[in-house]
Write a protein that binds this ligand. Sequence first.
Ligand code: C2E
Ligand code: CA
Ligand code: CA
Length: 563
Amino acid sequence: MLDTREIFDGFNEGFACWTPERRLVQANAAFLHMMGLKTGTPFSAIDDAGALSFAFSEISDALMQQVEAQGVISNFECRLPHAADPLRWIKADVRRIPDADGKTRYYVAYLTDITSLKFKEAELSHLAFFDSLTGLPNRSLFINKVGAALHAAKRYPEQYAVISLDMDALYNINQHYGRDFGDMLLRHTAATLVACCRETDTVGRTGSDEFSVLLRDPEGGPGLIRIIKRIRAKFETPFTVWDKQLGAISAHFGVIFPLSEYNHAESVLRDVGLATSMAKTTGNSLSCKFFSKKMMEKTRKELSLAVVLQKKHDLKGFSVVYQPIMRPADSGLYAFEALARWSHQGKAVSPSIFIPIAEKTGFIKSLGQFVLETACRQLRRWRNEYGTDICMHINVSPHQLVAHDFPDSVRDTLYRTGIEGAQLFFEVTESIFLRDFAKALHNINRLRQQGVRFCLDDFGTGYSSLSYLKLLPLDALKIDRSFVQDLEKDAISRVLLRHIITLGTDLGYTLVVEGVERQTQLALLGDIDRLLIQGFYFYKPLGSYAADALMGEEYGEAISRRE
Ligand code: C2E
Ligand code: CA
Ligand code: CA
């Protein structure tokens, strides 16, 4: 005959039966093991309550209370304060066995060891809530923390702020140095941020190239500014990843403070992301924008425009205007710059609004082609009318420049309109260094073979590094209007501008100064004979009729004199 105790002892699950006085009546080996009792202990030696482990007496209290109330409990999970193994978890099913009077005679329990299951769960939840690369809370957990902060801020007079930062250079770093290097940079950034914050703050990795910080009580606006300054100073400190010395961490910051008007954590993250994108549009590294309602309105407007732009295929409402570029020496017309215009629902939308949207939506390719084609046709009409070839500057977005079919489509347009490549100056900005530079350079060289010349627009606002100039085959520099703006009141601007002009001339570039609005600014430019000037002082951008009239003034007389 088989001994039933032997059968019971063979199970991995624990079985036990005890009285309300906690006297163990039956228990198998697995149960004794779970309770930290020696399995070899003869059962008769542990049949009184005193010999039951501390662990069992604690959980049996809890179990018995519940079973008394409900008669039976299932799937009761608890951790056993087990001396040898403090992290042991069990799941218990317990029922009450009453006597003839209905009073509890025994409790019977069936226990499963779920320790490894709990570990797996914990591991999974760590994976689900922490970023494996940096060990920081991920977006879900960060959102939870912001949610908890919003909740706390309603009950206590505590203020919170969220800073979000976007490392837009990461894509290029991964491309140039490899992903492992990018990963090291992310870890370095994570550690830098954690070092700048207090223990009560939360730093999270909220996107592949985005970190966010939840600050608890930053001590008002001034305190917040101090923290931002601290982070920026750390980011500006050169550091070494492997053997490569990096100058600084490049990032843009968005900030929301305070969070009191928010009810949902997702909205906080959405708005701080918006502020970060706005900071990005300033073009300056480490720039920072605070979220505001005004910003929200602007974005809403832009979004609705983006929807319109995405739907458009016919370019209705778009036109091109032409701003003269002048030779100040004799006030003669040197060239035009073609500028896109958009009239939407009867209102003019500024290019500084629709161009970035067109770039984001990919619409810029059709728009750029439209501007090029329209400008070339205009040049063709002027040649027919005045027998003269004048140059046209055309703005080319980095998105257009890197497209593999761009040089071909320019060649086709030139062919169709009967225009020489040498009549065109393509204006590019230093932002092309942020894109796929190799592709851009390849296309620039192909276009130069067609005679097209290149002008660096907004010179002095981007990287401002002269070493970049060597990388690009350029013919002209257009000095940004911010230098001219402050010319009258700012001596530093005057010195800077003069140096840039000398340097540009020595390097053999044609120099255009843009944004000249007043005679006083023109006078401060020094020796203007070697410069070209574009600005409201001479002309605002002209519609095609007005540009025609100007051409007539310049060249019409020459024709009549010749006749
Ligand atoms: P940008 O290429 O720097 O063009 C010069 C801008 O400065 C033009 O603004 C022009 O109207 C303005 N401007 C010229 N002289 C003065 C002056 O004396 N004072 C002031 N305050 N402003 C002056 P606009 O037409 O609003 O264009 C803004 C920007 O939009 C352009 O800056 C350019 O980056 C972009 N854009 C315009 N048309 C096109 C286009 O066809 N393609 C591309 N990719 N971008 C374009
Ligand atoms: Ca331009
Ligand atoms: Ca410009």
